[in-house]
Design a protein around this ligand. Structure first.
Ligand SMILES: [Zn+2]
Length: 258
């Protein structure tokens, strides 16, 4: 089994978005990490980043308000299709796609995978489809990014992708109604957890500070505690959702993470 960290783009944003206790006014550039797991039974892509069209024309793709809140700072190859090409792969070589959740920076590339089986928590799909039509206040899924004729499979809670315990989707609700993280156990014995937005950065986990904007604080705190137990109690390696320092120091595609 091999695991790769793929760039799904870079966004400049106010750091107060990450930490509820921080005063607004400081802009930071955050990476959007995606992961590719190559398993004997298939290839799983975890998250699809920001849509590649946002690189050339952010306002046209994201809309004016979102493009103002989030500056697109991606280079030309910072999108999943180009990242797969670095590994000699095309989108059709990906058998499974799992979205951590359906915000625009995590499902932007979904439309490029019409042959893949999509694995998304039922709570997330239901809320996103509801929110897209009913405009639920605290949750803004990106219908333009996920609402395509794709092979979506709703999953409920923990899901063992290939049936051998090596690649497991783990419910980490709270950031959004049906957020999930990815646990990978390569044969080397180490365990890697891609938290996605259940934990933006290492500081989030170390200081136990939630973002200001989220779906359910109680659920998110429980999810963060479960992830922390995996890190501090089981020695799992956390790959945080948007941690610039960790991302810079990490082995990324075309190099394998493990
Ligand atoms: Zn995100």
């Amino acid at each position: 089994m091999k695991v790769y960290a793929l760039s799904g783009g870079y966004l400049e944003l106010d750091s107060a978005i990450f930490f509820a206790d921080r005063a607004p006014g400081t802009r930071v550039t955050a990476p959007i990490g995606c992961a590719l797991v190559i398993h004997p039974r298939g290839r799983l892509l975890f998250d699809t980043g920001v849509h590649c069209a946002a690189i050339a024309d952010p306002v046209a793709r994201l809309g004016e308000a979102r493009a103002k809140r989030f500056g697109v700072r991606s280079g030309p190859d910072d999108h999943v299709v180009a990242q797969l090409a670095l590994l000699g792969l095309a989108p059709d070589d990906v058998s499974h796609v799992a979205n951590s959740h359906l915000h625009f920076d995590h499902c932007g590339g979904n439309e490029f995978f019409p042959r893949a089986r999509f694995l998304v928590q039922r709570r997330e799909l239901d809320a996103a489809r509801d929110a897209a039509t009913l405009a639920l206040g605290r949750y803004t899924p990106s219908a333009r990014d996920f609402d395509h004729p794709l092979d979506y499979h709703a999953i409920d809670g923990e899901h063992d992708v290939f049936g051998d315990g090596a690649v497991v989707l783990m419910p980490t609700f709270g950031h959004t109604p049906g957020h999930q993280s990815l646990r990978v156990r390569p044969a080397t014995g180490d365990e890697i957890v891609f938290t996605a937005d259940a934990c933006y950065t290492q500081e989030t986990m170390d200081r136990d500070v939630l973002p200001g904007v989220l779906w359910d604080a109680g659920e998110m705190r429980d999810s963060l505690a479960a992830l922390r137990r995996l890190r501090d109690g089981h020695g799992a390696r956390m790959i945080y959702g948007h941690d610039a320092g960790q991302w810079r120091a990490m082995r990324r595609a075309p190099e394998a993470l493990v």
